[in-house]
Design a protein around this ligand. Structure first.
Ligand SMILES: [Zn+2]
Length: 228
């Protein structure tokens, strides 16, 4: 396969490699709340202005493809309004008319706030088999307007082991303080792990990481590896 190396990955390779062999001083895992694909908002009302009737009838259940870290498809409920005669759809919580779930948008926001660029967030998501455009990431970050203040420093892709000819989406990103790794844990619900290299940095970074977790509606689990 003769795919040309993209400018981004060439940049990543030219950077000085970060020493990753050390045991990190602390590990932080970000988890996202479970999305309940069978829970629908109740009560159901006609959403059209100047109607709002509760006299609605479930007409049909239709599959809807979604982009989400854990779900590929949900069922949308199609209702008909008995007062105004119009139809509308109701989606499970966390899912809207857009194809991208709220959880995936939160994940992209989290990665951006940790230090990935707008262009790198889609590359990182690809490692999880997820697709989101750079523009969608940008709009998500803008819409969140998250006032997160802290030592955000650009994260660069850590080149994967040389060997395989195919270009794999990088799943590890690092700067001088921390490394971010994407993957699923054994329960399949933790997808972003952050390694902080130095103990003294951990104390300084934790308040910032907590702000990021809140902004992205994620749960943060901390494990400090203190020297015995
Ligand atoms: Zn109506």
């Amino acid at each position: 396969m003769s795919s040309p190396i993209s400018r981004d990955s060439a940049l990543g390779i030219r950077r000085r490699p970060v020493a990753l062999e050390r045991l990190p001083a602390g590990q932080i895992a970000f988890r996202f709340p479970a999305l309940e694909p069978y829970r629908y908002p109740e009560p159901v009302r006609c959403p059209y202005p100047r109607c709002g009737s509760r006299d609605v009838l479930l007409r049909q259940i239709v599959p809807k493809a979604v982009r989400d870290p854990f779900l590929r498809q949900v069922m949308a409920r199609r209702y008909g309004c008995l007062r105004c005669g119009r139809t509308f759809r109701v989606y499970p919580q966390g899912i809207g008319p857009a194809q991208t779930s709220l959880r995936l948008r939160h994940l992209s926001l989290l990665l951006y706030l940790l230090g990935l660029s707008y262009a790198d967030v889609p590359r990182a998501l690809r490692a999880l088999g997820l697709s989101m455009s750079k523009t969608a990431v940008y709009l998500t970050v803008r819409a969140a307007g998250a006032a997160v203040s802290g030592p955000r420093q650009r994260l660069r892709a850590v080149p994967a082991e040389a060997g395989s000819g195919d270009e794999v989406a990088p799943s590890r990103w690092a700067n001088r303080w921390l490394a971010v790794e994407l993957g699923r844990d054994m329960w399949g619900d933790s997808i972003v792990r952050v390694d902080v290299f130095q103990t003294e940095d951990l104390a300084a970074l934790l308040p910032w990481l907590e702000q990021i977790a809140t902004a992205a509606d994620a749960q943060m689990l901390v494990r400090a590896n203190r020297a015995a």
